[in-house]
Design a protein around this ligand. Structure first.
Ligand code: SF4
Length: 621
């Protein structure tokens, strides 16, 4: 039978045995979970045992891409990498764009499943002709840029490289996995899992084509999708400034995390604004694979201490994490730090969150120069931030404790727990959720800990109230301070987002830019030949999110972890347009459990729900 869209093959890698093999993927699983994040969850659920620790050789590391990746569908090119997270102990999962994932699919695979642990460092080489594990002695210890350069020299300029940096090798619990140089699967510490397995890189060289079921239909739907993206109200600003436009917008709304979320307005926000970035540092806009939005950018510094630095980025999350959260406005240094963290292979959000925690400990006298080997952790101290990043990546001295993340560090510094801002062990991203209630709920219930991408509920601030009423039952869903309609909004956005990840598309260009799931269903039909519609598509998203819940419960999650740091619940925002706001997260989570049909005491999906989604039978396959 000809398979359209999917390649139908999983590459199995056993590092302990140094063996590589190919396995067929059951068509029923492809139809039920699509691929990428969806299929990763099925395999993780099958392979992970409750007692398997993140650095255990038996921890399973899966790279999965979706059936639309490598085709002509706009803004495809993404993969998810999943394992048991060394940061949170539950699901570890991150997503990244670039050409690496299309290359994997052109090579003939929908995913790679890695088990075991090599006795010496290795890397995996994949081509259409075959795959092999090769010695990585020469690249172990190298940065991501150095690794990329060496492997391209060895395998050809058209090779696409995914790699970890020194942080992953040193098992920093929030180490990222990088691909195509500056693209990060940043969150939850999968880079440390790769490091523990002594797998330094995966190189792919392939040019194969993806067969599609209806080429003419695909051309038509691609035209419609491009048109919808280019006519989205947010297109002009996204294509000019990308996510860094959020710095000034959030500051004006009073939701810009500042001084470890002690404030929500940063007096020096203009110095780290998207406008300044564009004017002084961006040399051109850039784009992901086949995306007409081109919200990415290449930045360069032409003078001063960091002269000559050039890289793709930065995004708002990194600017805020290394900027206002640290009371830090040296933009050149922030750009340097973004690139350095990419090279070290360390998540910018968790790194910024961890340093912000340490700076608040310093502010409150819980840390002194005796603890920090002489580093002065006053807010905004550029030199100390740069030195601390190196200490963390190489686990030197004081950095060793911070390499464990804020939750574990706070167990070592008495009285500091309140300043360790995390959900389920993962450092928070960069929204002030007391003034953005849907985002707060999204963080609290996200399957991978504090996270802004699982739901991405921009509808709360960008949708008209009539649209909010139609979709979520109340106009108040479009009021960022209100509680009504937020549970419905998060469920809808999580389900749509899960489908987007499973297909290998981009959350910004589809979910955040307001594209209809109907268009996605059309693209899916044209590529795979499988019949679907909006309802079935969103049901698949529900299936994926529900399976993530089952996986997390299996790994020991308890419902009490679906919450937020006490700061957001108990301390009102001190000033600005969100002044006086706290968030009643228990109320929101209770509403969400109701909408999801999860038991309010155990957090477990009901039997009826599992049966409706077909999960009871699928998990028995
Ligand atoms: S909209 Fe998405 S796919 Fe397009 S350039 Fe931006 S991040 Fe990449």
């Amino acid at each position: 039978m000809i398979l359209y869209g999917w390649r139908g093959k999983l590459l199995r890698v056993d590092l302990s045995e140094r063996a590589v093999s190919t396995e067929e993927i059951d068509q029923r699983l492809l139809s039920a979970f699509y691929g990428g994040r969806g299929l990763n969850m099925f395999f993780l659920y099958q392979h992970l045992e409750a007692e398997t620790s993140p650095f255990d050789p038996e921890n399973t590391l899966i790279f999965g891409s979706g059936p639309l990746v490598g085709t002509s569908v706009p803004a495809n090119g993404r993969y998810n990498v999943s394992s048991r997270s060394p940061l949170t102990g539950i699901l570890g999962d991150a997503n990244s764009a670039g050409i690496w994932a299309p290359s994997l699919r052109w090579a003939g695979y929908d995913g790679i499943l890695v088990k075991g642990e090599a006795d010496t460092p290795v890397y995996l080489s994949i081509t259409e002709e075959g795959s092999e594990l090769l010695d990585a002695a020469e690249i172990w210890g190298k940065t991501v840029t150095e690794t990329d350069l060496i492997l391209r020299q060895r395998h050809g300029k058209d090779a696409h490289i995914l790699a970890i940096g020194p942080a992953g090798e040193n098992r920093v619990r929030y180490a990222s996995i990088m691909n195509d140089l500056d693209r990060a699967a940043g969150r939850t510490g999968n880079g440390a899992v790769m490091g523990a397995k002594r797998l330094k890189a995966i190189v792919i060289r392939a040019r194969g084509k993806i067969p599609v079921a209806d080429p003419d239909g695909l051309k038509e739907v691609c035209k419609k999708i491009r048109k919808a993206m280019l006519s989205s109200p947010s297109y002009p600003i996204r294509s000019q400034f990308g996510t860094p436009m959020l710095t000034m917008l959030y500051n004006e709304m009073g939701v810009l995390p500042t001084f470890n979320n002690q404030a929500a307005i940063f007096s020096e926000a203009e110095k780290i604004s998207g406008e300044r970035l564009k004017e002084e540092f961006v040399i051109r806009q850039a784009s992901c694979y086949r995306c007409p939005v081109h919200c990415s950018r290449i930045s360069r510094i032409d003078k001063g201490e960091f002269k000559g630095l050039e890289f793709e980025g930065p995004e708002f999350e990194s600017i805020c994490s290394l900027g206002s959260r640290l009371g830090h406005s040296n933009f050149e240094a922030i750009l340097y730090l973004c690139k350095r963290l990419n090279d070290l292979g360390m998540d910018t959000i968790s790194t910024g969150g961890t340093i912000a925690y340490a700076m608040e400990c310093w502010q409150r006298g819980l840390l002194t120069e005796k603890d920090t080997e002489g580093l002065n952790l006053t807010w905004g101290n550029t030199g100390s931030i740069i030195q601390l990043v190196e200490k963390i990546a190489f686990r030197r001295g004081f950095g060793d404790m911070l390499a464990e993340g804020v939750q574990r560090a706070s167990e070592k510094i008495p009285g500091s727990e309140r300043y360790a801002l995390h959900v389920k062990g993962m450092e928070i991203p960069t929204q002030e959720v007391r003034g953005l209630k849907a985002w707060g709920l999204g963080w609290a219930v996200s399957s991978r800990g504090a996270d802004h991408c699982r739901a991405f509920p921009v509808m709360e601030t960008t949708w008209h109230k009539d649209q909010a009423k139609e979709f979520f039952g109340t106009e108040k869903a479009a009021d960022r301070f209100a509680y009504e309609g937020k549970a419905e909004m998060i469920k809808w956005a999580e389900d749509f987002g899960a489908v987007i990840d499973a297909l290998g598309l981009c959350t910004i260009s589809y979910v955040a830019m307001g594209l209809s799931p109907k268009l996605v269903a059309e693209a899916y039909r044209a590529v795979t030949g499988e019949d679907t519609d909006e309802e079935k598509l969103l049901e698949t998203g529900d299936r994926i999110v529900t399976l993530e819940r089952l996986l997390n419960l299996k790994l020991g999650l308890i419902p009490q972890q679906d919450t937020l740091p006490r700061r957001f619940i108990e301390e009102p925002v001190p000033e600005g347009p969100s002044a006086g706001e706290v968030i009643d997260i228990d109320k929101l989570v209770s509403q969400y459990y109701g909408v999801r049909d999860w038991d309010k005491l155990t957090g477990r999906p009901s039997k009826e729900k599992l049966a409706t989604l077909g999960l009871s039978s699928l998990l028995a396959l």
